[in-house]
Write a protein that binds this ligand. Structure first.
Ligand code: SF4
Length: 444
């Protein structure tokens, strides 16, 4: 890809468009009261997704952008689990009936840090408060360094059927530079334990753009991952925003690859994975041909949600735990980010919502266009405008950045149909940002 395009359109501050509008538009105008009303209005027969955030890790990786905190003790974790259980009961009191559930995701942090007994009790409570479909996906994020044999067995026995394993890089030099030293054997053991206990759907997370990373290092990590044959891989570009994420200040900026090197790393990993039989999905995912993500993309029903790409078709997400984001038909709600504030609310018997956003008709239109672009790399703007009752001509004329993207050869535009050229997939977020009505400060 041309350096001029990269320099013009690559910007770490651009949103990832997992949701639209992005969290920077959330405000305290949406309170726990609004959330209660929105929960009461949820249709009783529409399946929902549940997301549970466990904000603890046994060590902190310096690149990490997730809300999580270090703890070496079990007590704060167990105290938190008691709050999480209370929050589940509180939410269940506000929905019209036990809602059907098709998708559950335990994220964090390190969700397995709650231990086998607390995990089983938590899942049991969820099953009592909601109606789990027999086919429900129950997924959990795994740090191989912290997965015990007992926990792997518990996850299998509890019905967990997808595991997302944090790898990032197998290169010891890179691992040391980001404070995440994890041997190949630790990852292989975690995969083997999970598979042995019936958890066969395995995702890997890899990262490029980390300090000291090179193209050969990235390709070698991809090859080592391929040898363990995960069904899916997410290959994220490291976003260095130390002004926002203090822990990233520990990273040596001099050792970070520039935009051109990052693009080369991303392309080399993609080529390696595609040559090994994986299909490229959206901006940064790869999946085997028979994986649900691949099938969803083929059928045009791939979705973008706060976890990335998904085949889950639920319109509603209920979030539990500090910082968790829910999507409730009328808009978004987010819990208090700090665990202490979250605990205070729950202890007082009220939902821990700190902010949120009420969606307008215009937001839904922009969100639909951005979602299709991020999922399909193309979008029929005219058709989506018509479906939402908007005039496409007025809408396209006001998207000023589109013209520039077309002039630079990043996109083709034909009668309201926009297609991102394959070779410019790397700047997909910049294309999506052309439809972001709130991105006030242009990086270009
Ligand atoms: S990357 Fe995972 S294990 Fe590392 S600090 Fe973040 S949440 Fe914890």
């Amino acid at each position: 890809m041309q350096t001029s395009i990269l320099d013009k359109y690559c910007d770490a501050r651009l949103p990832w468009y997992t949701i639209y509008p992005t969290v920077s538009e959330f405000s305290a105008a949406v309170s726990a009261g609004a959330c209660e009303r929105w929960l009461r209005r949820l249709p009783g027969d529409d399946p929902v997704s549940l997301y549970l955030h466990v904000p603890f890790c046994r060590s902190i990786c310096w690149y990490c952008g997730f809300p999580t905190q270090l703890t070496c003790r079990d007590k704060p974790i167990l105290d938190f689990v008691a709050m999480l259980r209370d929050e589940i009961r509180l939410v269940a009191d506000h929905v019209p009936q036990a809602l059907p559930v098709s998708d559950v995701h335990f994220g964090g942090g390190t969700p397995t840090s709650i231990g086998p007994t607390a995990f089983l009790e938590l899942l049991e409570l969820l099953r009592r408060c909601f109606m789990f479909s027999k086919m429900a996906t129950i997924a959990i994020e795994i740090d191989p360094r912290a997965l015990t044999a007992e926990m792997a067995e518990t996850l299998g026995a509890a019905g967990v059927n997808r595991a997302s394993i944090g790898v990032q890089s197998f290169d010891p030099i890179v691992q040391k530079a980001v404070n995440r030293v994890q041997s190949e054997a630790q990852t292989a053991t975690a995969v083997e334990r999970l598979r042995r206990h019936g958890i066969r759907r395995i995702n890997f997370d890899l990262i490029f753009g980390l300090p000291n990373q090179t193209v050969p290092s990235c390709v070698q990590s991809a090859k080592t991952a391929i040898a363990m044959r995960p069904d899916r891989l997410a290959v994220f570009g490291y976003a260095h925003v130390p002004s926002y994420m203090k822990r990233q200040r520990l990273i040596d900026e001099e050792a970070l690859p520039d935009n051109a090197a990052r693009a080369e790393q991303a392309a080399a990993v993609a080529d390696t994975l595609v040559a090994a039989g994986y299909r490229q999905i959206g901006l940064d995912h790869f999946a085997l041909p028979d994986d649900e993500l691949t099938l969803a993309q083929k059928a045009g029903r791939l979705r973008r949600n706060s976890l990335g790409y998904s085949a889950d078709t639920c319109k509603t997400v209920i979030g539990f735990g500090p910082s968790a984001i829910g999507r409730l038909g009328d808009g978004y709600v987010q819990n208090e980010i700090a665990t202490g504030s979250y605990n205070q609310h729950i202890r007082a018997g009220r939902l821990a919502i700190s902010r949120g956003y009420t969606l307008t008709d215009e937001d839904r239109l922009h969100a639909a266009i951005i979602e299709r672009l991020m999922c399909d790399l193309q979008v029929d703007v005219s058709a989506i405008c018509a479906a939402h009752g908007f005039d496409p001509a007025a809408f396209l004329d006001s998207a000023e950045r589109l013209e520039m993207l077309a002039e630079d050869g990043v996109v083709d535009i034909d009668k309201g149909f926009i297609r991102v050229k394959q070779e410019h997939r790397f700047v997909l977020r910049a294309v999506a940002s052309a439809f972001d009505a709130y991105l006030g400060r242009s990086p270009y």
